[in-house]
Design a protein around this ligand. Structure first.
Ligand code: AMP
Ligand code: MG
Length: 363
């Protein structure tokens, strides 16, 4: 059991401020965590997607610690986080011009780009033996400053125990990893609430989305109208030899049984209420994840409001906390309203479908 240290970072400094006083404060709050990272420790930190669990990506012992703390399968590679584009040179081999354009357009931001890895520069545990590495630059002043101060490329998967929802609050990290990691930088709630979009380049004109996320398909199409965008993740469960090892794992599974209900709102409400009646007659604890517009329609033990159906960005921010809340309440059967797959809704439905183990009911 390790004593997990917590640093509370002033939310004020959690902006991209040029104010010298604030920068100094951020420095003093992060220097200890950065030194821990540099000396092989495990430090969780906020990003604009979810909380990450960081370790020096060059240090195999440190990286092995991530897999151990999370209970993560060793064939699932880690994303490397950088604060400065100049760090790329020593991590990767020459890459297509399109990758450069993606970085210019979307970094810092929730886009992970899979690039050819430079041999012997990163721990082989980071790449899980692949010849590529996923890299991104987070758009969050706390993570950027921590990465800068650590002076190392930082491998960082989501800071949850494997199979649990990703953490969107420092408290979630503490719930999962207290006593298993060296420190947590508490910078308040994360932004997007879902993990980064992972892309791979097939050639100069073809982009493959391996995992939908904070950078939407629409944003990619708008930025690169001439590039062919292939969605690898659509048939997640059918991929026999997945391009992205993470695809074959059931992530984000709540303890109870979750079903997604898709269809006309009225039908969805009628269906879910009927299921609630049945579950209650069997004395089961029930939960519903609903949009604000329909919350008052449901008579479950726990009804969680994920915001207006017109604000899917808010639903994305709330999803993982909601799944954790169901777990804590010991809910045995849950139903979630489906949403449109436009914009961030694409990533939201992808995570929801995974959490539900692909259990979708069409009404
Ligand atoms: P997480 O660290 O939990 O956010 O998961 C990282 C995701 O990125 C997983 O789904 C990985 O399989 C995927 N990933 C990381 N590196 C690579 C890579 N080199 N090639 C393909 N997918 C990758
Ligand atoms: Mg994860």
């Amino acid at each position: 059991m390790i004593k997990t240290k917590i640093w509370h970072v002033d939310r004020q400094s959690n902006t991209n401020s040029t104010n010298q006083e604030q920068n100094k404060k951020l420095y003093s709050e992060l220097i200890e965590g950065a030194e821990m990272l540099r000396s092989g420790g495990l430090v969780a930190f906020p990003t604009e997607t979810v909380y990450g669990l960081g370790a020096d990506a060059r240090n195999s012992e440190a990286v092995a610690g991530i897999f151990e703390a999370k209970g993560r399968p060793s064939d699932n590679p880690l994303i490397v986080h950088i604060a400065d584009i100049n760090q790329l040179g020593e991590l990767v081999l020459p890459y297509p011009q399109l990758a450069k354009e993606l970085m210019n357009r979307f970094w810092p931001g929730p886009l992970t780009i899979v690039l050819p890895v430079q041999p012997d520069k990163l721990s082989p545990l980071v790449t899980a033996g692949l010849s590529t590495v996923g890299i991104r630059m987070p758009d969050h002043s706390v993570s950027l400053e921590l990465l800068r101060l650590s002076e190392c490329p930082v491998a960082a998967p989501s800071a949850n125990r494997s199979g649990r929802p990703s953490p969107t609050l420092a408290q979630h990290v503490l719930d999962d990893l207290d006593g298993r990691i060296d420190g947590i930088v508490d910078g308040g709630p994360t932004g997007v609430g879902l993990e980064s979009t992972v892309v791979e380049l097939e050639d100069e004109r073809t982009l493959r989305i391996l995992r939908p996320g904070g950078i939407t398909e629409e944003a990619l199409i708008e930025a690169f109208p001439d590039v062919c965008i292939v969605k690898e993740h659509v048939n997640d469960e059918m991929v026999e030899k997945p391009r992205s090892p993470g695809m074959k794992y059931t992530h984000y599974a709540p303890k109870g049984e979750l079903s997604i209900v898709q269809g006309d709102s009225l039908n969805v409400i009628v269906y879910i209420n009927k299921q609630l009646e049945i579950a209650k007659s069997e004395n089961k604890l029930t939960g519903v994840l609903a949009f604000s517009e329909h919350v008052s329609e449901y008579k479950a033990d726990r009804v969680i409001d994920c915001g207006s159906e017109k604000r899917l960005d808010e639903a994305a921010q709330r999803l993982y906390a909601a799944l954790r809340e169901f777990d804590e309440a010991g809910v045995q059967f849950m139903w979630a309203e489906a949403c449109k797959t436009e914009g961030i809704g694409g990533a939201l439905m992808n995570r929801l479908v995974k959490a539900a183990g692909h259990q979708i009911i069409y009404v």
